[in-house]
Design a protein around this ligand. Sequence first.
Ligand SMILES: *Cc1c(COP(=O)(O)O)cnc(C)c1O
Length: 402
Amino acid sequence: MKSNKFNLPDSNGFFGEFGGKFVPETLMYALEELENTYNELKDREDFQKEFYSDLSNFVGRPSPLYFAERLSNHYGSGSIWLKREDLNHTGAHKINNTVGQILLAKHMGKKRIIAETGAGQHGVATATVAARLGLECHIYMGAEDVKRQSLNVYRIKLLGAEVHAVDSGTATLKDALNEALRDWVTNVDDTYYIIGSVTGPHPYPMIVRDFNSVVEISKIIKKYKTDYNQLPDAIVACVGGGSNAMGIFYPFIDIPETRLIGVEAGGNGVSTGEHAAPLNDGTPGVLHGARSYLMQDESGQIMDTKSVSAGLDYPGVGPEHSWLKDIGRAEYVAVNDDEALKAFHEVTELEGIMPALETAHAFAYLETLMKELPDTANVVVNVSGRGDKDINTVAKIDGIEF
Ligand SMILES: *Cc1c(COP(=O)(O)O)cnc(C)c1O
């Protein structure tokens, strides 16, 4: 896709000391096959044409960069711009990656698709592209998330995919990932595993980043340069596994004028230990096939996570974010549940745009950020998804029963 002087991962899949391929022997061959296919296809003209045609005709890209006038006025200084990934087909950035990976599956002749999902958005995005190509599809989802996200579960079923509720552990995203990996080990010959974030073993963090780093993001850079003769002062994105953030951060890594700010889920507060913010309060370790920051106790046991937003409720994070944190290129902060909920209501009322609860974490950080920045500052918020899927959660918190 895009060439970048930060040319990582290295050939072993490492971003500094993070990443790699920590998987059973049976999967090593499958990962190599995937990497070879990707490397062969990614710059080929016919593949690019197919990918971008699907992005424009099926996903509805390019999505606008929209000036949020009332939200900017609300903070009284600076200009806030919204990258509208929420306008994509199926309502979030995740479709960019699934549209790309299903093309890889097609080229590899795989007939069976599996995926894990947290909020259900990746499950929906995967079931959507599998339906379009008529492929068998199985979605693994934590039993707790199945309850929280019943609407998305039903959407996945309507799309013809099978949902497997996972009861182990905390019955959330990390447990769903474990089950999906287990399925892949068993059925590796005919099965393509579409990982939903910049997590998992190499080459997934690279592939998912590239597919989320679609072309119009470089147009943002150009637009700022030509229209305002400057670059965004800051880009803010929520970080669960980190795919929407990595997609928009990536073209800016070598542009130091632009601050890159990832917002993790602070849950009840980072100091309470009840959160999902491994970059703020975690240590390096291996989870789901890669080395990265994790929420783990002293004996390496993965800790329970807590967030109002199912899509951020994950104890790990992509290895490239771990690296960006350690080299100091990106900043990672955390926002608590109550702050995210407040931002959800504020953005909805001020802009007529109802953000996903995940995205609301990015918006909530503006409260702090806009005070630090000068009046002339331009800030881009990556609106990773729309809030329709979260209405039941928000209503319940507001004491409303349907
Ligand atoms: C899944 C999801 C996220 C979190 O995933 P990342 O890989 O961190 O981007 C954020 N926002 C929305 C709307 C999602 O559906």
